[in-house]
Design a protein around this ligand. Structure first.
Ligand code: SF4
Ligand code: SF4
Length: 87
């Protein structure tokens, strides 16, 4: 299980600073950050700690097993945006 960012993300990077394993991408010092529509969580690296979800000001982060049906596509989108194979 991993956490998943959805399309309501406003790219303020509040979650990036609190992630203990640095698995939220792109980071603000990455040139791709400026062009990113949303940030994404690497599902293979996430340790399910919930810190990002608590830090997000717009509730754009869900635990994978609590992701509403209408937002399931973001599992694939997070995997693709972080360069992981889709499971
Ligand atoms: S749940 Fe924890 S490890 Fe996973 S992305 Fe959020 S802060 Fe990082
Ligand atoms: S804290 Fe929420 S709104 Fe901010 S970058 Fe992370 S997911 Fe997006």
């Amino acid at each position: 299980m991993a956490y998943v960012i959805v399309g309501t993300c406003i790219n303020d990077a509040a979650c990036v600073d609190v992630c203990p394993v640095d698995c939220i991408l792109p980071r603000p010092n990455d040139p791709r950050f400026r062009e990113a529509d949303m940030l994404a969580i690497d599902p293979a690296a996430c340790i399910d700690c919930n810190a990002c979800a608590e830090a997000c000001p717009v509730n754009a982060i869900y635990s994978e097993h609590r992701l509403p049906q209408a937002l399931q596509r973001y599992r694939r989108i997070n995997a693709e945006l972080t360069g992981r194979a889709v499971t």
